[in-house]
Design a protein around this ligand. Structure first.
Ligand code: 13P
Length: 258
């Protein structure tokens, strides 16, 4: 089986302002361009800075792709405050996150809504990064694999076989996000392996083996190598450390070399 191409994406969440977003994107872009043959990279700024960051990356002819942190599943209409796939395509977005734990747990998104968003992202020709992961309570109750399976199965229901090459899963244990406490490499591998087993059952061996599964949750330059060394960890979805160009580039270089 061919080795999966690594991927590292930065989720800036509700951070930066216009000037610092541009600076950060261009600093990262300058560092990734020599790695374009080895790794897929992207950043997901807040919606309001997507246009400015996208234009700057295009002007720099950068390999650093633009991503959005969320979107709504309807194509247009009376949905105050929401953003559609077409709008994101209009800004040359490549990636869209769906089901991030902060959308699920802070904003109350259900598995059903995440499924509709995932389907809409893929139907629009965009690349979806679908996030799954258990809370601390669920982990303590030994429900990690059950929760990941439920979330992944719900979202995979509406995914057409022809879209699978544009779908990536991110395993982000909720208790590891923004806490400084990452999953151990063995725990991450265990969860990723179980997710891949599920993919084999749902989408078949070939698609499951070629889909990337990213780890997210307190990835830092100091723990990236041991996480990315795991056979089913194909890269990372990075929060806090993606706000510092040097740290983010160090994580990207580690993934490219692993
Ligand atoms: P941290 O890297 O800050 O833990 O966040 C992870 C995350 O939520 C990425 O989407």
């Amino acid at each position: 089986m061919a080795k999966r191409r690594p991927m590292v994406v930065g989720n800036w969440k509700m951070n930066t302002d216009r000037a610092s977003a541009l600076r950060l994107a261009l600093d990262v872009a300058a560092g990734v361009d020599s790695l374009r043959a080895e790794i897929d990279t992207g950043v997901c700024p807040p919606f309001v800075y997507l246009d400015a960051v996208g234009r700057a990356l295009a002007a720099a002819n950068s390999a650093l792709a633009l991503g959005a942190q969320d979107m709504y599943f309807e194509p247009n209409g009376a949905f105050t405050g929401e953003i559609s796939a077409e709008m994101l395509r209009d800004l040359s977005c490549t990636y869209v996150l769906t089901g991030h734990s902060e959308r699920r747990h802070v904003l109350g998104e259900s598995d059903e809504m995440v499924a509709r968003k995932t389907e809409a992202v893929l139907d629009a020709g965009l690349h979806c990064i679908l996030c799954v992961g258990e809370t601390l309570e669920q982990r303590k109750a030994n429900q990690t694999n059950e929760v990941n399976e439920r979330r992944a199965r719900a979202a995979l229901k509406g995914v057409k076989p022809s879209s699978l090459s544009r779908l990536t899963i991110a395993y982000e244990p909720v208790w590891a996000i923004g806490t400084g406490v990452s999953a151990t490499p063995a725990d991450a591998q265990d969860a990723h392996e179980r997710i891949r087993d599920l993919l084999v059952r749902v989408v078949g061996q070939d698609a499951a083996q070629s889909m990337r599964i990213l780890y997210g949750g307190s990835v830092k330059p100091s723990n990236a190598a041991e996480l990315f060394a795991q056979p089913d960890v194909d890269g990372g979805l990075i929060g806090g450390a993606s706000l510092n160009a040097e740290d983010f580039l160090s994580i990207i270089r580690t993934a490219a070399a692993s």
